[in-house]
Design a binder for this molecule. Structure first.
Ligand code: HEM
Length: 500
């Protein structure tokens, strides 16, 4: 009797649940769908038990199979994959689609732009846009050049020994130095505890990568009992102790500066040469303009970490990809070197703003590396009001997914040789503006894209000026590892030969 009742209850529950799901998702019946692996669970089976790298490839396949848009179903949850550049533009620029899906909460920086809820983001982004203006970015040029010179110097031992070098390791240390110096100030990495800070920052970042791909770890109740959670909390605590002290010291320094009327003295320095450090900007704003936002220490801390999280590994990995692609394509490297050697006469010459503008082929190389191997290939958005997309009514709260890796390899946009490395394609132009989105697009696109282009151009020009890059790795053999950024499944190994 009892087993019979139990079976009946299970059947009733299943039927009710499936009816409920069907009703709930009926609005999506007319949208193209990714082929489901299971009638009840939809596409869950496509991803369950897969490594992040495999998840990346499965998503890539789904995105390539649909021309404009499609749905993926995870039980009662839907995600809408946006594939066509026209629709990508429509969603990314739509004022009602600037919120982020819940998944971003794993970043744990609720006031930072990357993961902030819409209202917080809107208020903060408006203020922070001014801290990335052309004048401020120009003031970072000496830092970009100084850090680059140090990197080129550190690489020299590989040129001397002829050993293979994992260039990403060296570039990562360099971009961390750049971002730390431009956001926290000159001597930040010489302070006590800096090494511990860097090591624990890495732990915290790795945790985000592991957690984001494990659906069970998204549930806070489960996550808080894991070893991963305890390690993450320990790492965050150590990092915060380090930055809290910097914020405190900065507050005192800036208060002193204003009290002593030292501002006059500061004004005498040529402003375009004096780095306009990010933390100083945030703290000075309300002192120079009473109507400006007063950021709390917690908000400042979240913003600093967000810049480091969003700007460091992305820039480093993207440049390492570009170096490896150049090493794999000697004819392209020769062309890039020709441009650099005609403009940069000695290895210690500063790469100025004017020079950056002239390094057009180097820019094409970076853009092409970003097209083929975009380090931030998958992003999400959520709509805060109903929208009409390609003639379909999409209810409030829907999740949109974008796969820039697939977008960047569309043959109807990039031609039959879309998978080949050919920076010249950027000399021609004429491609849809939302077909190349390494920095995403619209109001919530990357705030640091000009910063990134400037720092990467400086680095690539000086690396090419000083070394010829070669590698045994072949383009056809590239395999990916995907955590929060798109990395390679093997080290970025190159050999360096010093140029005269
Ligand atoms: C090659 C280097 C970089 C790439 C490829 C890149 C790419 C991106 C992408 C794709 C997004 C959108 C993320 C999303 O919507 O989920 C983004 C956002 C962001 N990036 Fe970058 N980024 C780079 C460098 C930087 C740098 C150097 C900084 C800071 C100095 C930075 C700061 C940010 C911030 C704060 C956001 C969040 C913006 C917002 O939501 O308003 N990024 N980046």
């Amino acid at each position: 009797m009892l087993p019979g009742l139990f079976v009946l209850a299970v059947i009733l529950c299943t039927v009710t649940l499936s009816w409920y799901w069907k009703q709930r998702l009926s609005w999506a019946d007319r949208l193209p769908r990714a082929r489901a692996t299971n009638r009840w669970l939809g596409n869950v089976g496509d991803f369950l038990g897969k490594s992040p790298g495999e998840v990346f490839l499965v998503l890539d396949q789904h995105f390539r199979q649909h021309d404009r848009l499609f749905t993926l179903r995870f039980g009662s949850q839907l995600a809408i994959g946006i594939t066509h550049p026209e629709l990508v533009q429509y969603v990314l620029t739509h004022p009602d689609c600037q919120a982020k899906p819940d998944l971003y909460k794993v970043v744990r920086l609720p006031n930072g732009l990357l993961a902030a809820k819409y209202d917080v983001w809107k208020a903060h982004r408006k203020t922070l846009n001014s801290t990335f203006n052309a004048r401020i970015l120009e003031s970072f040029v000496p830092i970009f050049n100084d850090c680059t010179q140090r990197l080129v110097g550190r690489l020299d031992r590989y040129a001397q020994s002829g050993d293979r070098c994992n260039i990403l390791e060296y570039i990562s240390a360099c971009t961390l130095e750049m971002i730390s110096r431009t956001s926290l100030g000159g001597k930040v990495l010489e302070r006590d505890g800096a090494e511990q800070f860097i090591a624990n920052l890495e732990v915290a970042l790795k945790t985000i990568g592991v957690r984001i791909f494990n659906i069970f770890l998204h549930i806070d109740f489960i996550y808080q009992f894991t070893e991963l959670y305890r390690n993450e909390m320990r790492a965050i605590n150590i990092c915060q102790q380090f930055t809290r002290k910097i914020i405190q010291d900065k507050r005192e320094e800036i208060a002193r500066l204003f009290d002593d009327n030292q501002k006059e003295e500061e004004d005498r320095e040529p402003q375009h040469r004096k780095p306009q450090i990010f933390i100083d900007q945030l703290m000075k704003m309300p002192l120079t303009d009473p109507s400006a936002r007063h950021f709390t220490d917690e908000e400042i801390s979240d913003h600093i970490y967000t810049m480091i999280v969003a700007g460091n590994e992305t820039s480093a990995t993207q440049l390492a990809h570009a170096c490896l692609l150049l090493a794999m394509h000697p004819e392209v490297q020769a062309k890039a070197y020709e441009e650099v050697s005609a403009l940069v006469f000695s290895p210690d010459q500063e790469i100025t703003i004017e020079l950056m503008k002239d390094l057009q082929y180097v820019e094409c190389v970076l853009k092409e590396a970003m097209r083929l191997m975009p380090v931030a290939p998958i992003i999400g958005r959520q709509n805060l009001a109903e929208i009409v997309l390609d003639g379909h009514r999409i209810p409030k709260g829907s999740v949109f997914l974008f796969h820039f890796y697939a977008l960047h390899r569309r043959k109807d946009v990039w031609g039959p040789k879309a998978d080949e490395f050919d920076p010249d394609r950027f000399l021609a132009g004429g491609v849809h503006p939302y077909a190349h989105l390494p920095f995403s697009g619209g109001p919530r696109g990357c705030i640091g894209y000009r910063y990134a282009m400037m720092s990467l151009k400086t680095l690539l020009a000086q690396i090419l000026r000083s070394y010829e890059l070669t590698t045994n790795l072949r383009y056809e053999d590239i395999r990916y590892q995907y955590q929060i950024s798109l990395n390679l499944a093997f080290p970025h190994e190159v050999k360096l030969r010093r140029r005269n």
